[in-house]
Design a protein around this ligand. Structure first.
Ligand SMILES: *Cc1c(COP(=O)(O)O)cnc(C)c1O
Length: 401
């Protein structure tokens, strides 16, 4: 049996006619830059997230870049972030001439550890940290209740890297310490939420695309100006921006896909549940060969009685990531058995060569351990139960042979 890591063909087959029609509509309109498709998607994504403003941009990377540019982050500034993410999270900070300040991750959720954040913030006597950039890794929100509390205490803006987490939910504590918890969508808690429409994300285009969502209309307007070379009005440049515009063909396709997003999240969540059950039957967890991904807010949501079965979508499983022993050998074995798998990510950000000699002494043990031990399995919505059984069988065979 062949089990690819991701298979976009089935999704395409079911939506192909709609997509072709939408693309044709854009072509026939001759409006090829911004226009009504982009404006409609912006409104629809903003509504989906419960946020006032959406601003379409050229990619998830550019969403992060322009969000930091709109804050005026530049040389000499620092941005507090996680060392365990896709490169773009750090890349945008470095491109602006600023410096990432890393703190280690929580080993259970793989997301930034708020206790370590507080230590870093309390050490920042010169107030060089200008923004906080948490990542909602694999489709599960970082501990935003704690992060927003710190942001308030230190008066810092939060830019959420929600590239992998559109539609994920996060429990935010109410005024009096958690009695009236509210569930908020990824991207809607900080000053800005940054989404990527890279084809492998849960909401993926037919090319690159991204969006910034924000409650702050003045900030949204700043971003709109920056994504058009800083022009306001046209040809009058009060600042230097770039071309970070979202393509209307992508917007038209994404509008079709957005209508199916919650259903795809549900299918991914069901697949995650099936893996969990299949692995439980193998005793591989009990025998310390692997650790299953933890849905950290599950018990909270259950305790509050706000779970509504498969419709519950606090985790969107952009990736289903195990922690395993003998990771590289297991990966080779699975690939030899026609099972797609991938390491997200083999190096922590502070270990990347492009940092040169600037960060030689840094060490973030949890991030480094995660980079050495994690393995992502196929989890896409159309994955079948038979395929999952095969994947788990092959993993069990590897450890028992
Ligand atoms: C995908 C991703 C990005 C970048 O998005 P692009 O659309 O590929 O530019 C940024 N951060 C994280 C965490 C991502 O997963």
């Amino acid at each position: 049996m062949k089990v690819p890591l991701l298979d976009l063909k089935q999704q395409l087959t079911s939506l192909r006619e709609d997509i072709l029609q939408a693309v044709t509509r854009v072509i026939d309109s001759t409006t090829y830059i911004l226009g009504p498709e982009v404006a409609s998607l912006e409104q629809e994504v903003a509504d989906y997230c419960g946020v006032e403003n959406g601003v379409g941009v050229s990619s998830g990377t550019d969403a992060l870049l322009v969000s930091l540019m709109a804050l005026g982050v530049g040389p000499g500034d620092q941005v507090l972030t996680t060392p365990y993410s896709f490169f773009a999270t750090m890349g945008v900070v470095l491109r602006l001439g600023a410096t990432p300040v890393f703190v280690d991750i929580d080993p259970v959720s793989f997301n930034i550890d708020p206790i370590a954040m507080e230590e870093a913030l309390s050490r920042d006597h010169e107030k060089k940290i200008k923004a906080i950039l948490p990542v909602h890794l694999y489709g599960q929100c970082a501990d935003m209740a704690a992060i927003m509390k710190l942001a308030k205490q230190y008066d810092l803006p939060v830019i959420e890297d929600a590239a992998q987490a559109i539609g994920a939910e996060c429990p935010m504590n109410g005024e009096r310490g958690g009695s009236n918890v509210q569930w908020k969508k990824a991207g809607s808690m900080g000053l800005a939420g940054c989404f990527s429409f890279f084809p492998s994300k849960n909401l993926g285009g037919i090319g690159d695309g991204g969006m910034v969502v924000t409650h702050d209309s003045a900030y949204a307007e700043k971003i709109r100006i920056l994504l058009n070379h800083g022009a306001s009005p046209k040809y009058y440049h009060g600042q230097v921006g770039g071309n970070f515009r979202l393509d209307p063909i992508q917007a038209a396709v994404l509008r079709i896909k957005l209508a199916h997003l919650d259903q795809w999240h549900r299918a991914r969540r069901e697949n995650a549940g099936r893996y969990n059950r299949l692995f439980a039957e193998t005793d591989l967890v009990q025998d310390d060969f692997l650790v299953l991904p933890q849905a950290v807010y599950l018990t909270k949501k259950q305790a509050e009685g706000t779970m509504n079965g498969a419709g519950d979508n606090f985790h969107i499983y952009n990736q289903y990531v195990l922690r395993v022993t003998r990771r590289d050998a297991l990966m080779d074995w699975l690939r030899s058995q026609d099972i797609g798998c991938e390491v997200y990510y083999p190096l922590a950000l502070h270990q990347q060569k492009c940092l040169g000699a600037n960060f030689p002494l840094l060490s973030f043990p949890q991030a480094e351990k995660a980079a050495a031990e994690t393995l992502a399995l196929p989890i896409y919505p159309e994955l079948t139960a038979d395929m999952q059984t095969y994947v788990v069988e092959k993993i069990a065979e590897f450890y028992r042979k």
